[in-house]
Design a protein around this ligand. Structure first.
Ligand code: FAD
Length: 306
């Protein structure tokens, strides 16, 4: 099939102005900025059937760069601009596409920052690729357990935002089960760090003058006051793919609260994830393959746990 190359659209002058602000000497932004038609066209697809040509692509190098972008974006003249985070672009629903500005985290934000073997965790930038992480972890005898078919391209940021899982998920669970802490940047240009905490601590933040107090307040109020409805409405599925995971913001007896559970699976709609502290799993010493035979496809389906 021949795919037609869309006609070149001229660059929105406000976007051009925004990009030149970021590239000024006085700007703290250190990443790349691309606005050529070739770059825009190459970033206009993912693994979906959709195509949207962005106006510009920004390639941040660090959390500081993402903060610089979002604080510039909060100037009045740029408030109508839209920004979409992108990882490896392997998503199948066009979630990382936009006709405004793409923040591509996969080019530079690939640092594996810290590993703690005793406590079984690793801290990475969100553009680290899943296979890159596992190659790094192998000599330590560990791996990052959530799996997916696109592991040689998909980034940790993309995996968190789609709550990816695949082969082995019945044993190892999904990506959100392995996220310990997240560092993110909000649309208002603030740093947002998440981790599991006592509900009383979350309430303290919600009622403080913390720059993210309103986020804690909103998530706490919605998830607490609507708890019964949430439990009644959403099916008890192992993998949560029906909107924000409001149920698991709290643990079962409501004593613990984790804002990160709402960011995981949010498809880039809530914040730009810049770093993640992830649980790592020891590589199994022995592997066994079990072959189960069924008399029909239907009986195999009926027997598969969900
Ligand atoms: C052939 C094929 C097989 C696949 N197999 C599986 C599978 O086995 N299991 C599975 O779960 N999925 C699978 N997928 C889907 C896809 O690979 C996953 O959704 C993957 O996690 C996406 O990662 P990515 O880095 O490519 O993200 P992208 O496609 O770039 O982005 C996905 C979403 O995450 C957001 N995002 C990306 N990075 C960030 C960030 N740093 N901060 C905030 N938001 C961000 C984007 O805005 C977008 O909404 C498959 C896809 C294909 C094409």
């Amino acid at each position: 099939m021949i795919r037609r190359i869309p006609a070149q659209k001229t660059l929105d002058p406000v976007v051009a102005d925004f990009c030149s602000l970021l590239s000024e000497r006085s700007s703290s932004y250190c990443g790349d900025i691309e606005t050529s038609y070739g770059s825009r066209l190459s970033q206009s697809t993912d693994n979906s059937i959709y195509q949207a040509i962005p106006q510009a692509i920004l390639f941040p190098r660090s959390k500081a760069d993402v903060l610089a972008i979002m604080s510039a974006a909060n100037k009045n003249e740029y408030k109508h601009l839209k920004f979409t985070p992108k990882g490896g672009g392997t998503g199948t629903n066009g979630q990382s596409l936009t006709d405004y500005i793409v923040l591509d985290m996969s080019r530079h934000m690939r640092e594996i920052i810290e590993i703690n073997v005793e406590e079984k965790w690793v801290r990475v930038q969100s553009g680290v690729i899943k296979d890159q992480l596992n190659d790094f972890l192998k000599p330590y005898g560990f791996f990052f357990a959530p799996d997916l078919s696109t592991s040689n391209r998909a980034t940790i940021g993309g995996m968190i935002n789609t709550d990816a899982s695949g082969q082995g998920s019945l044993v190892y669970g999904k990506t959100s089960d392995h996220v310990i802490e997240l560092d993110a940047v909000t649309v208002s240009g603030h740093n947002l760090s998440t981790k599991k905490m006592l509900t009383s601590e979350a309430l303290k933040i919600a009622n403080s003058d913390d720059q993210n107090a309103n986020i804690y307040r909103q998530v706490y109020e919605t998830c607490f006051s609507q708890r019964n409805k949430i439990l009644e409405t959403f099916p008890r599925l192992n993998r949560f793919l029906t909107g924000y995971d409001l149920e698991h913001v709290f643990n079962e007896d409501l004593t613990e609260f984790d804002l990160g559970r709402v960011l995981a699976g949010s498809e880039g709609t809530l914040a730009f994830i810049t770093e993640a502290k992830l649980n790592i799993t020891p590589i199994a010493k022995f592997k066994t393959m079990i072959n189960i035979t069924y008399d029909s496809f239907d009986s195999a389906l009926r027997n598969s746990p969900f």
